[in-house]
Design a protein around this ligand. Structure first.
Ligand code: ZN
Length: 215
């Protein structure tokens, strides 16, 4: 399902709960950016979504990976130059440690770290937000006050911390850090999207009240 969030931002929401895959986001900002392409064998739904927007999947400029779990990043391996791939350095090392040569992932074109990311005609802020994985990142788009959270925080939920490299303590700190941005849009890797500062703020509060005791 293709959902237009606002001009230049589209979500390809994953709705088949019999399979594990993530929400994918497409940003058209002078450069064509895809966030979390999902599993390779399920990539056709993203392809169909892009084609329905008149975008040739081979014309993408940049694939941003929020973290190194296969349901978010595996389809990044389908791309070849000149499409670039970016992810956190810690998660690239983590991927090599746990998946070995299985994915034969190429070295990303650049690593994402705390700070500004200039792409096309816009700017993002990268935030290193470990906890779900050691090198998870969130991406904040100040122009729209939109926050892409990967598996850090969802609508009424949080990412698991019981997978290799997970840390409840770090996830808690990461959630507090991104909450301070007071985003208008919460664009998570799974489940529904939230919009409106109050809805997003209430969601952070509910997440803290309910989940932080387990971390
Ligand atoms: Zn994950």
């Amino acid at each position: 399902m293709v959902l237009k969030i606002f001009d230049r931002l589209y979500a390809f929401l994953w709705q088949d709960y019999r399979q594990n895959n993530c929400n994918t986001y497409f940003i058209d900002a002078g450069k064509r950016i895809l966030i979390d392409p999902g599993h390779s064998h399920l990539f056709s739904h993203v392809e169909q979504g892009l084609l329905s927007l008149g975008v040739d999947p081979r014309s993408l400029d940049l694939i941003i990976v929020t973290h190194a779990h296969p349901d978010h990043m595996e389809a990044a391996l389908l791309f070849t130059k000149p499409t670039m791939i970016a992810m956190g350095a810690t998660d690239f090392a983590y991927l090599k440690e746990f998946a070995g040569d299985y994915y034969r992932i190429p070295e990303p074109d650049f690593f994402l770290q705390n700070g500004t990311l200039d792409v096309g005609d816009t700017k993002f802020h990268v935030l290193e937000t470990p906890g779900h994985t050691p090198g998870s990142i969130c991406l904040h788009w100040p122009e729209h006050n939109a926050l892409f959270t990967g598996d850090v925080v969802f609508e009424q939920g949080i990412g698991r911390t019981d997978l290799p490299g997970g840390s409840g303590k770090l996830l808690k700190e990461s959630i507090v850090k991104i909450e301070a941005l007071r985003p208008h849009y919460l664009l998570p890797g799974h489940g529904g999207i939230l919009s409106g500062e109050k809805a997003v703020r209430d969601n952070f509060r509910q997440v803290r009240d309910y989940w932080f005791r387990y971390l």
